[in-house]
Design a protein around this ligand. Sequence first.
Ligand code: GDP
Ligand code: CA
Length: 323
Amino acid sequence: MRITALAGGIGGARFLRGLRAAVSPSDEITVIGNTGDDIHLYGLKVCPDLDTVMYTLGDGIHEEQGWGRRDETWSIKEEMKAYGVGPEWFGLGDRDFATHLVRTQMIDAGYPLSAVTEALCTRWKPGVRLLPMSDDRVETHVRITDADGPRVVHFQEYWVRLHAAVDAEAIIPVGADAAKPAPGVLEAIAGADLVLLPPSNPVVSIGSILAVPGIREAVAGASAPVVGLSPIVGGAPVRGMADKVLAAVGVETSAAAVAEHYGSRASGGLLDGWLVDTSDAAAVAAVEAAGIVCRAVPLLMTDLDAAAEMARAALELAAEVAK
Ligand code: GDP
Ligand code: CA
C-alpha cells in the first residue's frame, strides 16, 4: 500500500507517527510537507514544519513542546543576544542550529531543498519519504492592522511573536503562484492508494501546500480515495490559534465548516471522507449533506496509541469510500 499525506507541523507529525505504527512496515508513506512557514534567521534557512515531522518520526522531538529537539540547550541564542542580535522571540536551540547549518550549507552548495531534506532524513530515519511541497521559496505572510497601522508580517512573526493576538485579515502565500511542486510530489499523489489530510492547520499548513500550482488539482483528481481528519474539536483548535487564520479565509471554526472548505470531490473539492471527533457527532449530517462521507471517532492524540487508532479509523473510512 502506498499512502501519501500532506502535513504541517505538530498535528501532522503526531498523526503520521500514529499512521506509521498502524500500518505494516512494507506500506510506503510519502509525506508532502509545508514549507510556507520557512524563515531565514541568522542567515540560516529554517524549515519548522519539515523539522517537526523529521524529529517527531525520528524520535528526536521535544515531546511536550511539540517542536524542536529533546534535551536542548540554548548557548548560541544567549551568545547572539549578548551581541544584541535577535530575534529573541524565535526559539532556536543549539542542537536545532546544527540542522539549520547543514541545510543552509547544502543549499548554498546548490542542492535543492528536496535533496537536503533527504540528506537530513538519512540521519533521522523517519520511516516515511519526506518531500517539501516545493523546492522554490514560498513564504506565508499575514495582513494585520495594529498600532503600527496596516501591514504585512511573516507568518512566524504573526504566530510566534504576536501569538495571533490581532486578527489576520488575509493570508498570502508569497511566491506560491510561481512555485513548482518538488520532484516526486505530483507522482506521489497520482500513484497513491490512499491520500490523507492529517489534522493539520487547514489554512497555513494544508492551504499553503495546496497553493502550489498543480497540487490541489492532483489531490482533486487522484485515483485513490482522499480522507481527512478534523483539527477542530468542539468548535476550537486542539492546540494553537487556527481559528484566527480560518476567520481570515471566511471559514467558521468547526469540524463541519473545515470539511466544507476542503469540499467534496464529487463537486470539484478534495474530500471523499472526513473524520470528526465524537464530541462533534452532531456535525456528521451536515458534512454528509455536503457530499462527504463522515464518521465520528475519538480524535485527540493523547498518546501514540490514540494517534494510531485515528489512523486505523482513516484507513477504514478510506476502504468504505473506495467501494
Ligand atoms: P503546526 O504547523 O505545528 O501548527 O502543525 P499542523 O498544522 O500540522 O497542526 C496544527 C493543528 O493540529 C492545530 O490546528 C490543532 O488543532 C491540531 N491538533 C493538534 N493536536 C491535535 C489532536 O490531538 N487532535 C486533533 N484532531 N487535532 C490536533
Ligand atoms: Ca507550521
